[in-house]
Design a protein around this ligand. Structure first.
Ligand code: ATP
Ligand code: ZN
Length: 285
């Protein structure tokens, strides 16, 4: 019987969401991350806690079968791994930034300049594609202080809110890559392991879909049921049940989170009452 070895970041921005993703897939793990490897208590899997930078290499070598990490690291490392799923968390951008007082007029600003980054390959590729010749200084951390101490004219680094850039007197001028967490796998998994991976992917998809939808229940006067049903598409069609009180019905449906407030406003205007909105844990279509 095979065991699927899953690499996740030991501690950092990806750790918590990676572990809750596994938990949402009903892959339970023992508490505490002091060990390098932890066997799941209810699924044929083992979790390896690693630095995110090491995950692509481990997956390529087959030490781990699959891994969860940022697309930015996958693209920078260029190991032979397969991207199976975009996971929607740890969203960020790999961006070029320059001191705030620079009048930036385009990428040609970087011609002949020095750029500090932990992402030399992606930065170089982007500059090359744009016909810009710049000098890359690879540094492994605190890239954002490089311009301030005279080490570089600009940086290429991960940005999410832009707060770190701002507090270092920098501004974002160009996005090189939009990133989020992804699930990668070794392209040459045995059929047994591939079957386990398929199981995991199916569960991941059900959880991700569920995150985007809400279950909604409401009461409405019977003469408004048709109008309300028309604005609540549901998975097949909404469920309508009579209430104990004559002339009223209960309507149940599934609503996309993006449309949510829109739909609620319309429902209220049609006389809906007692509206309940409930999170959906899994969605199997
Ligand atoms: P490790 O010790 O595992 O190497 P690290 O310092 O490289 O950790 P973190 O800062 O925890 O890593 O970031 C891990 C990943 O989180 C990044 O590679 C990126 O995909 C994602 N991320 C999301 N937002 C940001 C951000 N604002 N800054 C840095 N990383 C971010
Ligand atoms: Zn790292």
């Amino acid at each position: 019987m095979s065991t699927l070895k899953i690499a996740v970041q030991k501690s950092g921005r990806l750790s918590e969401d990676s572990l809750s993703l596994l938990k949402g897939c009903n892959i339970n793990l023992p508490k505490g991350k002091n060990k390098l490897i932890a066997p799941s208590t209810n699924f044929p899997a083992e979790v390896l806690y690693l630095r995110d930078d090491d995950i692509p290499q481990y997956v390529e070598d087959g030490i781990a079968d699959i891994g969860i990490l940022g697309l930015n690291v996958v693209k920078e490392k260029k190991h032979d791994v397969q991207i199976d799923k975009y996971l929607g968390f740890s969203r960020c951008r790999l961006s070029l930034a320059v001191p705030r007082n620079i009048e930036y007029q385009g990428i040609s600003f970087f011609d002949g300049k020095k750029i500090a980054t932990s992402y030399p390959k992606l930065t170089n590729e982007y500059l090359k594609k744009n016909g810009v010749q710049a000098e890359i200084h690879e540094i492994s951390g605190s890239v954002e202080i490089a311009p301030g101490i005279g080490l570089a004219d600009g940086i290429c680094d991960l940005v999410s809110t832009g707060g770190t850039l701002m507090s270092n007197g920098l501004k974002e001028v160009d996005v090189i890559l939009k990133s989020e967490a992804v699930l990668i796998s070794n392209p040459k998994l045995s059929p047994d392991k591939q079957a386990l991976l398929n199981k995991v992917l199916f569960r991941v998809e059900s959880s991700l879909k569920a995150n985007h939808y809400k279950y909604i229940l409401l009461n409405a006067p019977n003469e408004k049921v048709k109008t309300i049903v028309d604005i609540l598409p549901g998975m097949k069609s909404p469920t309508v049940l009579p209430l104990a009180e004559a002339g009223w019905s209960s309507i149940h449906s599934v609503v996309k989170e993006d449309d949510f407030w829109n739909v609620i406003d319309q429902l209220k205007s049609y006389g809906a009452q007692g509206i309940l909105v409930v999170p959906i844990e899994k969605m199997i279509l």
